[in-house]
Structures are given as structure tokens and as C-alpha cells.
Design a protein around this ligand. Sequence first.
Ligand code: SF4
Length: 336
Amino acid sequence: MAETLQLRTIEDVETDILHSAPAGTRECRAHNWVSSLGDICERRLVYWRIMGDMALDTPAGLRGIFGTGNLLAPIVIEQILNPFGRRQSPTWEILGRETKPRDALFTKLAISGRVDGIRHVADATGRMQPYNVVELKSMNPNIFAGIHGIDDLGKWHWAAKYPDQLLLYMLGYEMVERPGWLILFNKANLYEMRIIEVPFDESRADVLLRRAERINTHIDADSLPRQIRRPDICEHCPFLPHCAPRLQGDPDDAPEIYKPTEHPELADLLQRYVDLEQASREAGRVNRALTARLVKGQTVICGDIVVRWETRGKKWSKKIRRVGDGKPEKATEARQ
Ligand code: SF4
């Protein structure tokens, strides 16, 4: 009887399979990748160009997640989206996964990347014509359930850059007239999708192009952009040991001074915060004055405003609404 070879344990085989997920490139990037240019940290983008080979390895679990997305995207296109598109009128299909961007600016600014596909739509003669760019992203079912529109992508810094990727593809493939399609699909049910239309935004595209330009300038000048110093981001950054940012605030630190035009989103958020905080303080003052003026339990109608009361345990809660505004009444306090 032939001698049996020593077999590995099932646990070892499982571990090996998990670690067999593609490692991704660990080399200095020759270009600014379209998929990364919206990254929250510009310094990290310079690191990828100058010391990509020294980036820490991505954990096996995360590599598996990326690898799964890459495997599924062409399957979703070929087996779900295109058969569906061919049954529509006019017919459409997603083609050209391997097509390179043409825009000369991409070459000049060392930007590279390939879109998942170009949606072609049949014209009046039945000929398929390039219509809009399409990018697919696979999503964990829980995250997928929380995304209903483009604004929801901002909840995760890794998803917030997806629309930027579409903008750059629209530019690179010279297809800015029609919104790109960002197709998010549920990994647990490939037929469940959110198609987010991303219209071309010239000013945002300009911000991204200027960013690519700055990265190239940093590389030529052997300099680095500022550290973002955000523990939630930096602790997972593959360049953390090289960058070594101080991740705890020191009140004696010199402030970082930005021009609003350098970081328009930050400037806008700060302005809105200051305005809303002021409005919220004012709302608190008005609420206290109303509480003193109203009699608990007494319904009041004043013009088109109605005040009703509810009891919750020992507390009164008032609800004030405008008649006919169609919105649910809003509880504004619970005091007794
Ligand atoms: S450690 Fe933080 S600041 Fe440094 S490159 Fe990474 S994300 Fe940017």
C-alpha cells in the first residue's frame, strides 16, 4: 500500500487560503492614482510615490476584502448589468474595462487609473455610442444598507473619495457632459444596487488636479505636505512608522493656518458649525422663555403655530409645529 503523504490541518489550509489574497503593489508609484487622489491625507499620497515599497503590508483580512471586490465587479457587469441593459430600450451595455484615459492633462500631471467601464447606449440607428463612465464598488451588507445617496458616502473617509474618482475619470475619458455612474452593490446580494449619479463638478475637479500638481512639486522639491494627525486615520496608515505623527493634541503647538481657498470644504464646515452653534444657543434661549410663558398641559394655537403637550412618566413634553407643514411635531423639551 502506498505511503500517505502528511496532510496539513484544515485550520492551516484555511489560514493559507486567507493569506493567498492578492497583496497589491508595494512599490513606489510612478503616478498619482485616480482612485487615491481624493484621499484624506495628501502626505500619504506623496509617500506612495516616494516610498511605496516601504508601506506596511495590508492585513490579510483586508486584502481578502479588496480581492473579493475586484473579483465581483466584472461578474456583476457581465452577468447582471449587461444582460439587463441589453433588454432596455434604448439598449445599453458597459464596455471597455481596459481602455486608458486620453486626457493630456493626465499625462502632464502623472495621473493614472482605469475606469471599470464605459456605458454605451444605442443611438437611433442602433449603433452603440459611448455615454458615461461607470465605476463599481462592492459593499458589506451593513454599510450598503446605510447608503441611500451621495451624501451618505461622507460617513466613511474611504468611501468619501469615490465621487472624486468618478470626476477624474469623466475628465480623463473626456465624458464630462453626462453624470458618471457610481454603482454600489451588496456583496450578500449582487442584484441589490445603488446607482449614484455623479455630475461633473469643475471646481472640485480643479481642486484634485491642483493636488496632483502639488504632489509632483513635493516630489521634485523633496518635501512633504503637513501631517493630518488624526488617530482614527493615522493608526491604520501603512506609513505610520515613517511619518510618526504626534497623535495627541498639545495646546502649546503652533496653530496650522489655512487659507479658506486651500481647504474650501473645511472652511465651509467650520463656518456652518459656527453659524449653527449660534442658532442652537439662540434656540435654547427661546425655548427657556417659552417654557416660562406656557402653561404645561394647555394646548395653544397662535396664528398658524400649534403647541400640544404629552406626558412621559412625570414629565411634560411639548410639541410645537406649524399647521400644514406636513412635518411630524417636534418634541422640544421634557421638564417638570
Ligand atoms: S500617518 Fe497620518 S499624517 Fe502620516 S501619512 Fe499617514 S495618514 Fe498622513
